[in-house]
Design a protein around this ligand. Structure first.
Ligand SMILES: Nc1ncnc2c1ncn2[C@@H]1O[C@H](COP(=O)(O)OP(=O)(O)OP(=O)(O)O)[C@@H](O)[C@H]1O
Ligand SMILES: [Mg+2]
Length: 250
């Protein structure tokens, strides 16, 4: 069984940056890794330095459009499965799957149902599945993944970020997805807000598993439009991610 980790949190807190650095960490080991960009805005490939073209959204659209044109005796699940393998990007040390979003406004329930079965099967090919989730918990309420081992909520130094983490924790009880553990990572931490964050997390009963400082190397790469995947080992964020990954048992 793959260990499933989903990274969520308020918008702009660093979910994608943290996911890509956790993937960077995982590629140094020998685990078989599947990275999933579940944010319809699709930012993960860029921070990983990976060019992808097709997304699950495209496949959904194809299946939706071709549903009535496919020969009646053809197994729709097999068609979808083979399409999925076509868009699975094989990168050095990990595979990448991008959810994207279908262009159309139709109902994709039929494809989503098929997809769920296939995803839950696909998961068995991997040791670790790491998901860059969107800011809300949409995907989980739609139950693409039946269970998640670790839900990692990223927050920044703001009280609002921590409140979001608290709200996500409350929301988890209402989801149809089983979530075993909820952890919080504080990102873009400075000397000025370090203690305040730790204090507020404690007050809210959130399990803080790491505090990542504002990293000038990330800021520079961001400005230059360069990926974060190949940040050097001495980057402050990379070093903190290493400790977090170990706490997550990666
Ligand atoms: N530790 C850090 N130090 C400095 N800059 C950072 C750090 N972490 C993230 N950033 C920057 O903050 C911005 C937001 O990060 P990121 O895109 O990872 O957030 P996100 O939560 O995925 O956003 P969205 O909700 O839009 O998906 C980016 O410009 C990123 O480079
Ligand atoms: Mg993002």
């Amino acid at each position: 069984m793959a260990k499933i980790i989903a990274v969520t949190g308020k918008g702009g807190t660093g979910k994608t940056a943290i996911t890509s650095l956790l993937i960077r960490y995982l590629t140094k080991g020998d685990k078989v890794v599947l990275a999933v960009d579940a944010d319809p805005d699709t930012n993960l490939p860029e921070t990983l330095g990976c060019e992808t073209s097709k997304t699950i959204g495209d496949i959904k659209e194809y299946m939706h459009d071709e549903r009535d044109n496919l020969p009646p005796d053809i197994n729709k699940e097999s068609v979808l499965e083979s399409k999925l393998y076509e868009i699975l990007e094989e990168m050095p040390g990990y595979d990448l799957l991008v959810m994207g979003r279908p262009e159309g406004s139709g109902c994709y329930c039929y494809v989503n149902n098929l997809l769920r079965g296939i995803m839950n099967k696909l998961v068995n090919n991997y040791d670790v599945l790491i998901i860059d989730a969107e800011a809300g918990l949409e995907h989980f309420s739609r139950k693409i993944f039946r269970n998640v081992d670790d839900l990692v909520v990223v927050t920044d130094g703001s009280r609002r970020g921590l409140r979001t983490a608290e709200r996500i924790r409350e929301l988890v009880g209402e989801l149809e997805t089983d979530i075993s553990n909820i952890y919080v990572i504080a990102n873009k931490v400075t000397d000025a807000n370090h203690e305040k964050i730790a204090g507020t997390a404690k007050e809210l009963g959130l399990e803080l598993i790491g505090m990542i400082p504002v990293d000038e190397m990330i800021v520079e790469r961001d400005l230059a439009g360069e990926p974060l995947f190949d940040l050097p080992d001495d980057s402050a964020a990379v070093q903190e991610i290493e400790k977090i990954a170990q706490k997550l048992g990666l």
